[in-house]
Design a protein around this ligand. Sequence first.
Ligand SMILES: Nc1ncnc2c1ncn2[C@@H]1O[C@H](COP(=O)(O)OP(=O)(O)OP(=O)(O)O)[C@@H](O)[C@H]1O
Ligand SMILES: [Mg+2]
Length: 417
Amino acid sequence: MSTDLRAALEFAGALQRVLSLKELVEEAWRASRSHTRYPHAWLCLFEEGNTCARVVQAAGEHGDFVLANCPLIPVAGDPMVQAIVEGRMPVVVVDAATDPRTNKEIVARLGNRSIVNVPMVLGPTLLGAFGVGTFGDEPAFAPTDDELQFLTVLGVQLASAYSRLQLLEERRRDAAARDHLERHLESLQRVEIMGVLASGVAHDLANYLTIIQSNVGLLRPDGGEAAVLADVDFAVGKAREVVQQLLALGRAHGARREPLDLNERVASTLHLVRSALPRKVRVTHDAHAVPRVNGDPVQVDQVLANLLLNARDAIGPAGTIRVGVDEQLLGAAFVEPHPWARPGRYGHVSVADDGCGIPPEIMGRIFDPLFSTKSRGTGLGLAVVSRVVRQHEGIVRCASTPGAGTTFDVYLPAQAA
Ligand SMILES: Nc1ncnc2c1ncn2[C@@H]1O[C@H](COP(=O)(O)OP(=O)(O)OP(=O)(O)O)[C@@H](O)[C@H]1O
Ligand SMILES: [Mg+2]
């Protein structure tokens, strides 16, 4: 075995320890520089069934330049790349400017002189090619037999190291997807549990509240007691709101369904909510044509009211809430994270405020029941929104920029035309 070959095998260990494509190429570049005279290296991968080649990493003085300027190379029009794909053997170009197999446009753009590309083959699969070479004023020369042998062995090692990286990446992605799913399930379970609890206690609470309120109404206070009773009345009113939310959270599946006009729902909810808004909070309703959706008007109004009240709380004394209604066509990729929803036509309501925004660290929790950042919040508003929208086979999404504002988008499936 030649010394160079032995050295190449020694690099195998180092290559198996790398954790990224960049490290892989850096390591291969170190190896090729110490055993060949070529100062630059790159790695290209074949895409779309080996019809295109893309340089994905490059090392050496020109590395960043090559990476930024080398276009996606269609294999069909490039005999040099074609020779690698078809022959799966090293391809040596001594002078890129005159060799008939090179793509002259790319050579002019990158300033290539000599190019040695070795294939990265694993079993029957061609994964990519590792290349070394010279650029610009550097000399053009052919590799010696030892150099070429070294590079060929390096190509084989790179193929196995690269496929190991791919495996690692797949495992990372699987773990991340599993994590995400577990968190999602956890929060859905919490919503379910709240729903069961809620329906159990809400009816009883509503009855007790009715008794308290009617008895308060019978009292004939004088002097300071009037203020005390006003406080009691206020508290009972707030408690009723909470009960309403709990009832919505616990309401069984298959609630009322009727054709709803979302512009009408927005207009009537705005009418109700307006009195609860500070004077300097402006609300606009941008109404576009929208198909009817199948829904429970009380529940849909509750969704809208919760979003509007949250917007109000986020804005403070002055600001703008923009409500938009229109039709949206949702594709498979959009609905995919929401397994109960199907691609198709949706009625879409957006509620955008220019309030405080939501810090990214709490974004994942806002739909959880009982999660609230407000001193007097129940944390049920968005849990209701999420549950109702889901029962309607719809989607709710939130986007927020801290300091600039928040937009909630609600999509409800359109009735079949
Ligand atoms: N438009 C918004 N802007 C900024 N933060 C928001 C917005 N909407 C919701 N949030 C955040 O999400 C949290 C949960 O909202 P949710 O409506 O579930 O409960 P809440 O508003 O705190 O309580 P309740 O709805 O019972 O008054 C809020 O406490 C707030 O931190
Ligand atoms: Mg709320």
